[in-house]
Design a protein around this ligand. Sequence first.
Ligand code: GLA
Length: 760
Amino acid sequence: MMSVIFHEKSKVFHLTNSYVSYIIRIMENGQLENLYYGKAVHDSENFDRLHEEGWRSQAAVCMPDPSELSMHYTRQEYPVYGTGDFKSPACTIRQENGSRIVDFKYVSHEISDGKPVLEGLPATYVESDGEAQTLSVRLHDSLMNTDLYLYYTLYRDYPVITRHAQFVHAGDDSIFLERAMSAGVEFLDMKYDLLQLSGAWGRERYPKRRRLEMGLQGIQGLAGTTAGAEQNPFVALLRPDATEDFGEVYGFSLVYSGNFLANVEVSTFDMTRLSIGINPENFAWKLEKGQSFTTPEVVMVYSDSGLGGMSRTYHRLYRSRLIRGIWRDKARPILLNNWEGTYFDFNEEIILKMAREAKEVGVELFVLDDGWFGKRDDDRRGLGDWFCNLDKIPSGIDGLSRKVEEIGLKFGLWVELEMINEDSDLYRAHPDWLIQAPGRNRCQTRHQYVLDYSRKEVVDHIYGMMYELLRKSKISYIKWDMNRYMTEPFSAALPADRQGEMMHRYILGVYSLYERLTSEFPEILFESCASGGARFDPGMLYYAPQTWCSDDSDANERLKIQYGTSVVYPISSIGAHVSAVPNHQVMRKTPLHTRASVAYFGTFGYELVLGKLSDFELSQVRQQIDFMKRHRELIQIDGDFYRISSPFEHNETGWMTVSQDRKSALALYAQTLNKVNASWVRFKLKGLDPDTKYRVRYEIVEEPRDFFIYGMGPTEGKVETREFLAYGDELMNIGIVVDRIDFFKLGGDFAAFLYEIDAI
Ligand code: GLA
C-alpha cells in the first residue's frame, strides 16, 4: 500500500505506506504546516484537530482576528526568518533592496507516480513508476516573483520519504539564496537523543549520542569538498529509550559530498526543528530571471525497530536504489593493493611479481596505488600529470595492464583527479587552475593544492587525460582519491557576486566528471577514497559503489570504524583489506584469522606483500579467498546486517549478516583484550528463523608457536573445524557458548570467531 492523498476540503496531504505517515496542511496564510511524521496511521478527511493554536504573550500573529496563527508556535515545512518565527530558517533570500523578508504561499501541487531526477545531483531513484509516488508543492513569493517547489517522494516498499527543494526565479531583479536547506521537519516534543557519526583520520564515523536540550545543536562539514572525516552528512533523532533493536528512530541522510549543515533547534516550548542541507557558511547563490536552483536530496528513514531497523532500511535502499551500474548487483572482485606493501618504492618488476603472487592465491584484481604517474617518487610532486612514469614502468600503463591481464588478473589504478602539485607539468602549464584567493596565502596539505572544479575547462581537461588513459589501457577498477580539504575558496572564473557559489559548483564539477567517466566506461568499478574514509557519503555512492573506509587497516580499529559506518552505509560499500603486522597505523599484531574475519564484512582484499608471508599464512590466505568467494553474494548483495555487540561499549564486538530467506548467515564475534580465568560468554544471534535448524561451523586457527604453555605444546600451525546443529530460537535466545580456551588458541588478544550458519 502506498498513497499520497489530498483532502481538498481540509487542505491536507497525507503521504502514507504500510510503515510511515507524513501529514501536511496548507494553512490559512498559504504556508505549509507539518502535522505529523511517524508510524503509519489511518487516513482521515480532516486532521484539523492536530493543529495547535492559541493566545500567547509576545506572539507575532500573521493573520488578523480572530486567528492567533503565529509562525513561532507552528510546526512548519519550510520556515523563514523575519515573519514572526524566531528560530533557524530553512531558507534566507537576499533581494536587490537588501530585504530578506520572504513569503512563499501555496499555489498548486502535483501528485505523480515515480520519482523525478535531480539534474546534476546524485539521488535515490526508482526503476519503475510503481515503486514510489511524488508530491510536489508549488509555493510562490509574488514580490520576488519566485517559485519554491517542495518535493516529497514516498517509496512503496520502504519506510522512506526523500525530499528536496527547488527555487525557480522569474523576477526581473536578481535574488541571492543565502540559505537553502534540503528539508526540515518539526517534531512535537523534545524527548529525543541526537545521533551523529564523528571522527578523524584513522578513526572515522564513531557513533555519538546526546540528549537534546533547548537551543541549538547539530553538526556541520566545512572541509569544502567533503563531509570530511570529522562529521558525516547524517543525523538521527532517537527516542531516549530506543536501542539497537527497539524504539523509534528518525534518520536523515544527505545525498551530498560538499559542505553541509544538520541543525537541530529546540524551542522553549519543547518543539524540535531539524533541518539539513548545504551549509549556509560561505554560500550565496545568485538567481537571475529564468534561473533555478535545486538543493541536494535528503533521505528520511523512519524505524520503529531501533537503530538496527533504520540501518537495514538505508542499506537496502542505498544498495539497490542509490548505487547504480553493473556493479550494483555483482559481487566485488577480491583485490590486492600495493600501497601498504610498497608505498612509492616500486617498479614494473616488483609489481608484476606481486601480481603473480596474487594470482597464485586466488586474488582477482591487482590495484596499482599512488606513485605510477608523472615524477611521483614521493608525495611532493606529480599530481595532475595523469600519464605513466616510464622510468618506473617502462611498458606504460597500457603495457602493464595487459601484462597483468596475461597473468590472469584484472588491473586497477589509483588516481587523485581533483589535485595538483606545484611540481607538475599541469601546474607549469596552468598555474591559475588551482583554488586560491588573490593576494592571500595558499595553505598546503601534503604539499598539494585543489584544482578549481567549478571551472568547466579544468574538468574537461582532466576528463581528456583520463579518457586517453582508460581508452588505451585495460583498466577494470579506479580508486579515486582526494587527500586534502579546501582552503581559500575563491574561483578566478567567477564574478564577485557569484563567489558564494564556488564550493557548491566545485562539487557539481566533481559529480559531472564522475558522471562522464562512469557513463563512458560503465564496466569499470570505481572506489572513492579521501585520506582513507573522509568522503564516505551517499553522494559518492551514487557514482562509486564502494568507498575506502579508512587508512587504519588494523583489524581491532576496523571493528569500531566498520561498526560505525554500518549505521548508514551498506557493508557492500565498505572497502576493507587485510594488511601486514605489525600494523602500519597502530603497530599492533592481530591474528591473520581476525584480520580476514573483519575484512570479510566489506569488499575484501589484501594490502601487503604476499611474498613475505610464511607457508602457513599463505595457505590461510588461499582458504580465506576461497571462503570469501563462497560467501560474498550473501555479504554484499543478499544479506541483512545486524549489529549485536558494540565495540564502543564492550570488549567483545558482534555482528552478522543474514540472507533474505534466512537460510544462511555469517557471524563475527571478536574480542579486544583476552581475559584470564574469566566467566563464560554467550553470543546471541539475530535475524534467524526461530523454527529452522541450522548447522553452525567455525574454525579454530592456531598460528605457529615454538614454545610450551601449560597443557599445550608448540605447533606448526593448525586448523580445527567444529560444527554443531541448533534451532534458530536457541541461537538467538540462548546463544552460542563461547569457550575462553578457544579465544586463547585463536590468539588471545584480538582473537575472533567466525561462524558460518546454514539451514539444514
Ligand atoms: C590516501 C589513501 C591511501 C593511499 C594513499 C596514497 O591516503 O587513503 O589508501 O591510496 O592516499 O597516497
